[in-house]
Design a protein around this ligand. Structure first.
Ligand SMILES: CC(C)(COP(=O)(O)OP(=O)(O)OC[C@H]1O[C@@H](n2cnc3c(N)ncnc32)[C@H](O)[C@@H]1OP(=O)(O)O)[C@@H](O)C(=O)NCCC(=O)NCCS
Length: 129
C-alpha cells in the first residue's frame, strides 16, 4: 500500500466533540484518492462516482498525524476502484490506529460526449498494476 498524504490534525479540523471532523476526513481521503487515480491513469479527468460504506472505527485527535494510504483494488474499462485507509499516527510512539477504510471508484470522463452519450474510452492504467 502506498502512503499518499500526511495531515497534521489542527484545532480547526476538529468537530464539536474534539475528534477529527468526519466530513473533513472524507474530503482528505477523496482528494488523495483522486490524485492517486489521476497518477495511475495518466489523466486529470477522473471523477468520483462512488464511495463505499465508511465506518469511523476510532477517533483521531489534535496533534496526531492523519496518514492516508491507498492501493488499486480493481480496474475496469473506464473506472478504477482504490482501496483506501486513513490512520492516526502517534509521533511519540510511532503507533498507528486505523480510523477508516473504504473503496472509492473513479471514472474517466475525458472523451465522454454528452450529446451522443458516447461512453468513456478505455483506461490507460493496466500497465501500472
Ligand atoms: C461518473 C459518471 C460519468 C458515470 O456515468 P454513467 O452513465 O453512470 O456511467 P456508465 O454507466 O457508462 O459506467 C461507467 C463506469 O462507471 C462505473 N460505475 C457507474 N456507476 C457506478 C457506481 N455507482 N459505483 C461504481 N462504479 C460505477 C461502471 O461500472 C463503469 O465502469 P467500467 O467502464 O470500468 O465498466 C456520472 O455518474 C457522473 O458524471 N457522476 C458525477 C461525478 C461527479 O461529479 N463526481 C464528483 C463528486 S460529486
Amino acid at each position: 500500500m502506498e502512503q499518499l498524504n500526511t495531515h497534521p490534525i489542527k484545532k480547526s479540523d476538529l468537530g464539536f466533540h474534539g475528534n477529527l471532523f468526519g466530513g473533513k476526513l472524507l474530503s482528505w481521503i477523496d482528494a488523495s484518492a483522486a490524485g492517486y487515480a489521476m497518477q495511475l491513469c495518466d489523466t486529470p479527468r477522473m471523477v468520483t462516482v462512488s464511495i463505499d460504506q465508511c465506518n469511523f472505527e476510532r477517533p483521531a485527535k489534535e496533534s496526531q498525524l492523519l496518514k492516508i494510504y491507498g492501493k488499486p483494488h480493481k480496474v475496469g474499462n473506464s473506472s478504477m476502484t482504490l482501496y483506501m485507509e486513513a490512520r492516526a499516527h502517534n509521533v511519540y510512539t510511532g503507533k498507528q490506529d486505523l480510523i477508516l477504510k473504504t473503496n472509492i471508484t473513479f471514472v474517466q470522463t475525458a472523451y465522454r460526449d454528452w450529446e451522443t452519450d458516447r461512453k468513456s474510452t478505455r483506461l490507460n492504467s493496466s500497465h501500472r498494476l
